[in-house]
Design a protein around this ligand. Structure first.
Ligand SMILES: [Zn+2]
Length: 170
């Protein structure tokens, strides 16, 4: 779980940020860190107006109290492709830099795939490689926490592509 990883990193004196690339909004993670400013949380996901979890994940949810501004939601229209996803990832990584994070926890769901049965977003296999490359290119150490992704023939390939993209860039 990304939140356990983040807590362990905090306990070790680091300043982690969580970037969630799963097609579903990271509502559990958002809830836990919503009033905290020590862990930035960013989630890229299919717009919850028409997608699970429906009640959370909107852009105006920015954190509360001390945590105001430390939660970033980047909802994308259903069917958004590689370009749109990577643009949002760039926005998330910029915010990670602004926050002064020194380690990145990536909630690596693979269900933003164009082949995923839920059909939320449309990231291709090349897109997953580019996600890995963008994470590596950002420069912080990355801890991948693998999450969901529903049965499709490309699930394993997409995981391999993210890690390949990461490895060839780092
Ligand atoms: Zn998911």
């Amino acid at each position: 779980m990304p939140l356990l990883a983040a807590e362990r990193l905090r306990a070790a004196g680091l300043r982690p940020a969580i970037v969630d690339v799963d097609v579903h909004h990271g509502n559990g993670t958002q809830g836990i860190f919503y009033e905290r400013d020590d862990v930035l949380t960013a989630s890229i996901h299919a717009d919850p107006d028409r997608f699970y979890p429906f009640f959370w994940g909107h852009a105006q949810e920015r954190g509360e109290g001390r945590g105001l501004g430390c939660n970033l939601n980047l909802p994308l229209a259903r069917g958004t492709d590689d370009e749109g996803f990577l643009k949002a990832l760039g926005t998330a990584l910029e915010r990670v830099s602004m926050h002064g994070a020194d380690v990145l926890v990536v909630a690596l769901g693979l269900d933003a795939s164009v082949d995923d049965p839920f059909q939320g977003l449309a990231v291709t296999q090349d897109g997953f490689a580019r996600i890995g490359a963008a994470l590596a290119g950002h420069g912080l150490p990355v801890l991948f926490v693998q999450e969901g992704g529903y049965l499709s023939d490309s699930l394993g390939i997409n995981l391999t592509r993210v890690l390949d993209g990461y490895q060839t860039t780092v």
